[in-house]
Each structure stands twice: as C-alpha cells, then as structure tokens.
Write a protein that binds this ligand. Structure first.
Ligand code: PEP
Length: 254
C-alpha cells in the first residue's frame, strides 16, 4: 500500500493562544473544500492546544500534536504533562526526540524510548525525530548516528508498533538555519533509515513506516523533497508559522 504523506507544523515555543487563534482563522478557511493528498498535523505549545482544538471543532482533516510528553502517569513531576491530559484535549500525535530536546534538555535515546513506549501504550502516534549534527556528518558518522538513535529509540517496540509510527529525519545542521539537505542527501538518509528498520524488523515494516524530512523545508523546496521515493512528508518549523506558507506546504502537489 502506498504511504500517505504527512506534513506537520512544529511551532516550537512560538504562537500563544491569541496568535494561534488568528492563524487558525486564516488557515482553516484556506483549506476548505480542498481534497488534500496528505495528513496535516499542527504541534502548538501545550498552552495553545485548547485554542487550536477549539478552532478545529468539526474539522476532521487536521490533527493536533504535542511537542513532548512525560513518560509517567501522574503525580509529583513538576512542570510535566501527561498522556491523559493530552488525550483530554484531543491530541493524537506527539513529537518525541526532537534535536532541541536532545540538545537543550538532555534527552537521551533511553528517555526518548521510554516516552515513545508510553505514547504508544496510551494510543498516540509518536513522531520520532532523529538526525546528525554537522560535525558528525563531516566525520563520516551519519549512518552510525542514525542507526544508534533508531535502535535506541525503537527498543522493545514490535514490528506493528514501529510500522505505525512516524519517523522524522532532521539533520541538526539544517534545522532553523536556512540550510536544507539536498534532495539527494535527504533521499540517501531516508533510504538508509529504511535499511536499518528492515534489519531491526523486516522489509514490510521498513516499507510501511512513514519518514518525514525536516530542516528548513519551505514552499520553494517542498516539491523536490517530496518527489523522492523514500520521503513521505515534512516536519516544518519556521515556514509553518504563517498560514499562507503552511497552506502552500500542505498543498505541495498542486
Ligand atoms: C523543526 O523544528 O523540526 C524544523 C525542521 O525547523 P525548521 O523548519 O525551522 O528548520
């Protein structure tokens, strides 16, 4: 079965409730009546999620993601948010292992794996981010970094569970920098990720899992990236903050 593309907006620590309401008031009508060929996901900051879900009442084509979650159920974990809380708000996807979480908040492969397992156990689809730094790429360690992050993050997951998650390949040097991997570089990394999944599980699982590319994707380069055989979508930061730019991204095939 062909893999359905998935385009996701990662708003990071941008867009409070008022700004998000204005975004949705422009974005939702611009999507009306358009049969999109991809799944569309928006990941607002936690505090903005209720505003976005309220604006999406009755809209079944746009899903909401969280940008992180706790791996605990509830209790004395100051500052954390649980899967139960996210479920109550109508969230269905959770971005996990983003390089900014790894870099600034010390998230290790083991922590990310624990969060991925918690998210899946509670019915969410993880968007599991992996990617190399510039130094790692220059040192010829791309494959080693990707396979370590994959085997660590996916530890204990069954083939069925892995086939149903979304992986986001995001070269750290391309995030928020304006530098994009060439479509050839991105395709090579995606094909390698599929190879690792095939080794960890089997070819069917590798062929089913959706792999997004992330790193300065914008309306001007999305088409070429999406034309690559192993690129199934995009995780987009900067270019997802404006309704017209995000609309152009989800309509990449028009
Ligand atoms: C991201 O945050 O995942 C990302 C890819 O950001 P940007 O599109 O701004 O590079």
């Amino acid at each position: 079965m062909p893999r359905k593309p998935i385009i996701a907006a990662n708003w990071k620590m941008n867009m409070g409730p008022a700004e998000a309401a204005a975004f949705m008031d422009q974005f939702i009508p611009s999507m009306e009546g358009k049969a999109l060929s991809c799944d569309v996901v928006i990941a607002p900051p936690f505090i903005t999620i209720p505003t976005v879900t309220a604006k999406l009442q009755g809209n079944t084509t746009i899903a909401v993601a969280a940008q992180n979650v706790s791996d605990r159920d509830n209790g004395a974990f100051t500052g954390e948010i649980s899967t139960t809380m996210l479920k109550e708000l109508g969230v269905t996807y959770i971005i996990l292992g983003h390089s900014e979480r790894r870099q600034y908040y010390g998230e290790t492969d083991a922590i990310i794996n624990s969060k991925i397992k918690k998210a899946i156990a509670d019915g969410f689809t993880p968007i599991f981010c992996i990617g190399e730094t510039k130094d790692e790429r220059l040192a010829g360690k791309l494959e080693e970094v990707l396979s370590t992050q994959l085997s660590g993050g996916l530890q204990d997951l069954t083939a069925e569970q892995t086939a149903a998650i979304v992986i986001a390949y995001e070269p750290v040097w391309a995030i928020g920098t304006g530098l994009t991997a060439t479509s050839k570089e991105a395709q090579e990394a995606h094909a390698y990720i599929r190879q690792v999944i095939a080794k960890l599980y089997d070819t069917d699982t590798a062929n089913q899992v959706r792999i997004q590319y992330g790193g300065s994707v914008k309306p001007g380069n999305v088409k070429e990236l999406m034309a690559q055989p192993d690129i199934d979508g995009a995780l987009v930061g900067g270019a997802s903050l404006k309704p017209d730019s995000f609309a152009a991204l989800v309509e990449f095939d028009r």
